[in-house]
Design a protein around this ligand. Structure first.
Ligand code: MSP
Length: 665
């Protein structure tokens, strides 16, 4: 099979949301796996990932924290890089849209498109959702709110630059027609054709004057480049497009694969090819829109942060508890490729126990233990083959082609299923050949030779499975290969799996330590639930404390003049009577004397003061409030209290004995 020499694969660039969860790791773990796989096919691979750092949302969040956008983003980007380290993701470049070379390239591209007449200036009007950074037309709104997140939107009108996307619908339809593999899975192509291309495309707003945190249009700096041209062009800018050195660009572009989540397919399969066509550049070979990882049936969302399940979703914690390979295995195996998959702690633990600890772990530990027990840790030679051996060897010999086929179809779960079929086949072979029975007949040389053949064949199956697993799992295959006396680091391609019988007889075989310890699922789930619930309780408490802090902060900056304050008439008052208000556990009905007037005041203090505690007290009263009826009682004023963060009230009074009716200023 003829292979292209280079392979360029990209993930989308991530919004630095900071709320990193296991769903975020899905796209990148898949890409890392394909990058490793294509390297092992002998290709020169470039794997790109990074962060998408501009926009109103970031600007607002930074402002709320009192820092610059860059100061706000930097730690979040570091956290993301840390996650890739933990998951052993090895990219060739991590591009940030704030990188100087990217900024320059975006400006050049914008100007180029403008000079070619592909971008023009006009006025934009639309409904904008700030958290989603999306514009919607009136008809797209759901009950007047953002159709994506259900939040308020605001009508915005401003001068903008537009990209002539409308001119490209026909060319993109033709692209799909001529290249049925351009967009996968097929269902996504149908969606693009029916929902967007056939109804016709609208020109695209590509600059904003109201957003400041972004790349300025260099020939019209009141405009900031808006999302599309900034974010999408990262794929060519990372390779030095428009720079003084375009070597990487010439070598790797066009990309072989843009891997993205299904919600951003329209950007990658319509807008991006149109921009490239406008720039007269070659188009990527393929775009793949994968499904989502769902938690309790809901996507782990980027703008909705309220997670109510008790699932553990933090990648740091997951890797710390179960290891990088277990998490990668789950992501790559559990989610049917192209569809959504549900994440639960239980499904993760079952995968670890079932496939990794039982199937793979048992095969490795049983085989290496038997070679140690029966042959003193020296690999016996393979003797004459029986039907059952030939059957096993045929399975082992077929695995490479099957994995290759699955990976060509971008189907990691099937590729892993094929590898584990061999693992399961080998376990069954142990049951079929019962080496322990053969071992009993030590004096019989035929039995010893048969036992040697069985164990040799098993060792070979382990070797082949481990090598095939290398792109998916960066740690355990090398550990397994080490038990067989092979330095996994030196296994850089798949050549050795195409032949059965590579391990030389006489190789020293180490008795394996468990590669994946079995987990007590019931206990582990109970522990996780306890952990998550106690954390949520703590979070709720801090949130409550913070929100009452914020309330205070909100009040503080709203300044008023002395004249404003003078409008509020305050006087001291003496409480004459106090009683509870029926069916209202927070309210007390008071009669309060302020100078020569006795007024009725209904006050929400019943949780902090009993009627008896109130009588005779000196309080501070707002005397010029417009009277209002509370529970049918006309209240003619308000008494002042301080409220602590737990909602406890404390009456404001005077430090010295004061007559009622004294003015408070
Ligand atoms: N910044 C844009 C992409 C611009 S590319 C020119 C963006 N960023 S993102 O941070 O929201 O998403 C990054 C990747 O993570 C996307 O592929 C997205 O689909 C993926 N995921 C985020 N949550 C996910 C799940 N719960 N499940 C699977 N993948 C999901 O979109």
């Amino acid at each position: 099979m003829e292979q292209k020499k280079t392979y360029y694969i990209t993930t989308p660039i991530y919004y630095p949301s900071g709320n990193w969860h296991i769903g975020h790791t899905y796209t990148t773990v898949i890409c890392d796996t394909f990058a490793r796989y294509h390297k092992m096919l002998g290709q020169d691979v470039f794997f790109l990932t990074g962060t998408d750092e501009h926009g109103q949302k970031i600007e607002d969040k930074a402002k709320a924290k009192g820092v610059t956008p860059k100061e706000f983003i930097d730690p979040l980007v570091n956290e993301l890089k840390e996650i890739w380290k933990l998951l052993d993701v090895k990219y060739d470049r991590f591009i940030r849209t704030t990188d100087e070379d990217h900024v320059k390239a975006v400006q050049k591209i914008f100007r180029k498109l403008y000079d070619k007449g592909e971008i023009y200036k006009s006025t934009y009007e639309g409904w904008y959702c700030t958290p989603c950074e999306s514009f919607w037309t009136k008809t797209q709104l759901k009950d007047g709110k953002c159709p994506d997140c259900g939040r308020e939107v605001k009508l915005e009108k401003e001068e903008s630059y537009f990209f002539r996307l409308s001119a490209y619908a026909g060319r993109i339809l033709k692209l799909y027609e001529d290249n049925p593999d351009f967009l996968k899975p097929k269902s996504r192509m149908n969606e693009m054709i029916n929902n967007f291309l056939k109804p016709g495309l609208q020109d695209l707003c590509v600059s904003r004057t109201s957003v400041k945190w972004g790349i300025p249009v260099d020939f019209d700096p009141s405009h900031t480049v808006y999302v599309w041209i900034d974010a999408l062009t990262n794929y060519i800018n990372a390779l030095g497009y428009t720079s003084d050195d375009e070597t990487l660009f010439n070598k790797y572009w066009p990309a072989d694969l843009h891997m993205t989540g299904k919600e951003i397919i329209r950007f990658h399969a319509i807008i991006w090819p149109a921009i490239l066509m406008a720039l007269d550049l070659p188009l990527p070979k393929q775009v793949y829109g994968h499904g989502w990882l769902l938690i309790g049936g809901d996507k782990l969302s980027k703008s909705k942060t309220d997670k109510i399940s008790t699932e553990l979703t933090d990648p740091h914690e997951l890797v710390e508890r179960y290891g990088c390979d277990a998490i990668r295995y789950f992501l790559l195996r559990e989610i049917p490729f192209g569809s959504d998959g549900v994440y639960t702690n239980e499904s993760l633990l079952n995968r670890i126990n079932g496939d990794l600890a039982n199937d793979l772990g048992n095969l490795v530990s049983r085989t290496t233990a038997m070679i140690n027990q029966y042959f003193g840790g020296v690999l016996p030679s393979q003797g004459e083959l029986e039907e059952v051996d030939k059957n096993l060897i045929a399975a082992a010999n077929g695995v490479y082609d099957k994995v290759y086929k699955a990976m060509e179809a971008l189907d990691c779960p099937t590729a892993l299923t094929e590898i584990f079929r061999l693992v399961q086949r080998a376990n069954k072979y142990i049951d079929e050949t019962t080496p322990w029975t053969l071992a009993k007949d030590k004096e019989n040389s035929a039995s010893v030779s048969r036992l040697g053949t069985v164990l040799y064949n098993l060792a070979e199956c382990i070797r082949i499975s481990a090598v095939m697993l290398k792109p998916f799992l960066p740690e355990c295959p090398n550990k397994i290969l080490a038990f067989l006396g092979i330095d996994g680091e030196n296994v850089k391609d798949f050549e050795s799996v195409k032949t059965f019988g590579v391990l030389p007889a006489g190789t020293a075989i180490e008795k394996a330590q468990p590669v994946f310890p079995r987990i007590d699922v019931k206990k582990e789930l109970a522990d996780i639930e306890k952990l998550v619930l106690s954390r949520k309780e703590k979070e709720a408490k801090t949130q409550k404390a913070e929100s009452s802090e914020n309330k205070k902060e909100e009040v503080a900056p709203a300044q008023i003049t002395i004249d404003d304050f003078a409008k509020v008439k305050l006087e001291t008052g003496k409480v004459l009577t106090a009683e509870k208000v029926e069916k209202a556990d927070k309210l007390l009905k008071l009669t309060v004397k302020t100078g020569d007037r006795v007024r009725t005041i209904v006050s929400g203090i019943a949780k902090s003061y009993s009627p008896e505690e109130m009588v005779g007290r000196t309080v501070v009263v707002v005397i010029n409030l417009v009277p209002c009826k509370l529970r049918g009682i006309l209240s003619e004023g308000m008494i002042l209290c301080a409220e602590d963060k737990n909602g406890k009230l404390s009456l404001v009074t005077t430090s010295e004995e004061t007559e009622d009716g004294a003015e408070v200023r």
